[in-house]
Design a protein around this ligand. Structure first.
Ligand SMILES: [Zn+2]
Length: 183
């Protein structure tokens, strides 16, 4: 079941990962880069993007990242949820009925409509129960979005090999420091 359901969320994961904190690489640094990214995923047709729309997209990305951190053992901040509500209103997200069922669809185009499509995917994942599998890495220099595929949804790091080991090594160093200062 999950793999198809998760695939729908890929675009949300990839959007969050347009910023690589570790390498300090911003994939949507300019309105033009944002347009290319959204266009490449079929979320926007064309038209120039204003600096305000660009700022909204970057803010929305970071709001989603905070929600993914909350999925990694926390609670979503009411202010972040309220921000998604406002965006959903702006995008005029509404249920639209099709022969095969119902989907949330934005009533506007452009960047706001594209962000609305991302929110619709988030909403569907929440309804299906797959949303909580998408997390942001709890290593603060990383915060990469990843799927927790563990059975009991207990994963914390994007990669056990990299961030998991890093956190464990730090815990080890801290413990050793505490022991040596105690003794
Ligand atoms: Zn990580």
């Amino acid at each position: 079941m999950q793999d198809t359901a998760l695939r729908e969320l890929d675009v949300v994961r990839d959007f969050v990962n347009t910023l690589d904190l570790e390498e300090n690489k911003e994939g949507i640094a300019t309105p033009a880069q944002l347009g290319a990214w959204l266009g490449g995923r079929g979320l926007i047709s064309e038209g120039s993007i204003t600096t305000e729309e660009h700022r909204l997209a970057v803010e929305t990305r970071e709001t989603i990242r905070r929600l993914l951190l909350a999925n990694n053992g926390g609670e979503a901040a009411p202010a972040d949820l309220a921000e998604l509500d406002r965006l959903a209103d702006r995008a005029a997200l509404a249920p639209r009925f099709h022969a095969g069922g119902v989907r949330l669809e934005p009533g506007t185009g452009g960047v706001v409509g594209a962000l609305g499509l991302l929110l619709a995917t988030v909403a569907e994942a929440m309804a299906e129960g797959t949303w909580t599998r998408l997390k942001a890495c709890s290593e603060h220099s990383c915060m990469w979005a990843f799927y927790d595929r563990s059975k009991n949804r207990s994963g914390h790091w994007c990669s056990m090999r990299v961030c998991g080991n890093r956190a464990k090594a730090r815990q080890f160093r801290e413990r050793r420091r505490a022991e040596s200062s105690a003794g």
